[in-house]
Write a protein that binds this ligand. Structure first.
Ligand code: DAT
Ligand code: MG
Length: 134
């Protein structure tokens, strides 16, 4: 067990649908600390960096348009085993398999518009925290 920091990003639909309070409240109720947070507008370059593993996918242009459609709420979340723990709280990438009670299970009905991002490994968390918080 170790205290970890993970990069969490509430995507544009979370803000447009006024779900910020609901989702932040779930993270707090779980017992994690939000140690930094900011509302920010992304550009194509930072999106391409963040989703470099998906640049060749046929859904990339849809993903890029989504991430440009409004501000995101970027956070560093800290807690015991927070990287895997946040992924569990979020639910899987495939929202159709996401269980009720998870953030994606409760709020997302589309593979692309899936409401929340969370780092998927310690290596990714380090890179993403640096990318979004310097
Ligand atoms: P995750 O966000 O669970 O880490 P990922 O890194 O593989 O998943 O993908 C990043 C985002 O790309 C994901 O949140 C939504 C979009 N995406 C992934 N797979 C998709 C698919 N098959 N069709 C449409 N959008 C997809
Ligand atoms: Mg990912």
């Amino acid at each position: 067990m170790a205290v970890e920091q993970t990069y969490i990003m509430l995507k544009p639909d979370a803000i447009q649908r006024q779900l910020l309070g609901e989702i932040i409240s779930r993270i707090e109720r779980k017992g994690y600390q939000i140690v930094q947070a900011k509302l920010m507008d992304l550009d194509s370059e930072i999106i391409a960096n963040h989703y470099a593993h998906l640049l060749e996918q046929n859904f990339y242009s849809k993903l890029e348009a989504y991430m440009l459609s409004g501000p995101v709420f970027a956070m560093i979340v800290e807690g015991e085993e927070a990287i895997q723990g946040m992924r569990t709280l979020m639910g899987p990438t495939n929202v159709f398999a996401a269980m009720p009670g998870t953030i994606r299970g409760d709020f997302a009905t589309d593979l692309t518009y899936n409401t929340i991002h969370g780092s998927d490994s310690p290596e990714a968390a380090e890179v993403e925290i640096k990318q979004f918080f310097g």
